[in-house]
Design a protein around this ligand. Structure first.
Ligand SMILES: O=C(O)CCC(=O)C(=O)O
Ligand SMILES: [Fe+2]
Length: 207
């Protein structure tokens, strides 16, 4: 593994993976998901402090956070309905870049307004850590921070733009990462601004 400021082995940034038309089509897909499963504001375990990011999911399993902890569950925590399916274009992205022989089961939709951010964390609520985490950025740019697998180690930051794909796999699967800030008005993709992040994950171990 190379030391930051270089990305750790297994972390891949694919700038401009989706062109403008493909990005617009993904935004339509997200609109359909949000129509069925509205964005809501999750709260942190224990104290219940609200996230600055609003969330929803598609796929069989949705990632949720509330006072009792982080987990995957099959229903939307507010509506009680099953999550809508993962759009085809995202299943195709996974096939193309994941290097993993089973489909993703969860797609977390994160919506960042101008002031939203996400603290450094590991994605480790999945039973199958052999599959990578594959994420897509849409809308305004952000400063994305990537560290190592140990808490408190050095970190590197990169700028993610609309259409970029970022993969955390292999040795980097459990690297710490987060979003320091959004750069408002850096994209015209979303009429009202902000940033959408779509994060695909395998949750269960294949039988
Ligand atoms: O917004 C991003 O790019 C990262 C989101 C993330 O790390 C997560 O949802 O676990
Ligand atoms: Fe994450």
């Amino acid at each position: 593994m190379t030391a930051p400021p270089y990305l750790p082995d297994g972390a891949r940034h694919l700038p401009g993976h989706f062109d403008r038309d493909a990005q617009a089509s993904l935004v339509e897909d997200v609109r359909s998901v949000v129509a069925a499963a509205p964005l809501y504001t999750p709260v942190m375990p224990r104290w219940g402090r609200p996230f600055s990011v609003r969330m929803t999911n598609c796929g069989a399993h949705g990632w949720v956070s509330d006072k009792s902890g982080y987990r995957y569950q099959p229903q939307h925590p507010v509506t009680g309905e099953a999550w809508p399916p993962i759009p085809e274009a995202l299943l195709a992205l996974w096939e193309e870049v994941a290097g993993y022989p089973h489909p993703p089961e969860a797609c977390l939709v994160n919506f960042y307004d101008d002031a939203a951010k996400m603290g450094l964390h590991q994605d480790k609520d999945e039973a199958d850590l052999d599959a990578p985490v594959v994420s897509v950025s849409l809308g305004d740019d952000c400063r994305f921070r990537v560290g190592g697998t140990e808490r408190g180690g050095p970190t590197a930051s990169i700028r993610l733009a609309s259409g970029d794909v970022f993969v955390l796999g292999g040795e980097a699967r459990l690297c710490h990462h987060g979003v320091d800030r959004i750069y408002p008005q850096t994209s015209t993709l979303l009429k009202n601004g902000g940033r959408i992040n779509l994060t695909l994950r395998r949750v269960t171990r294949p039988a």
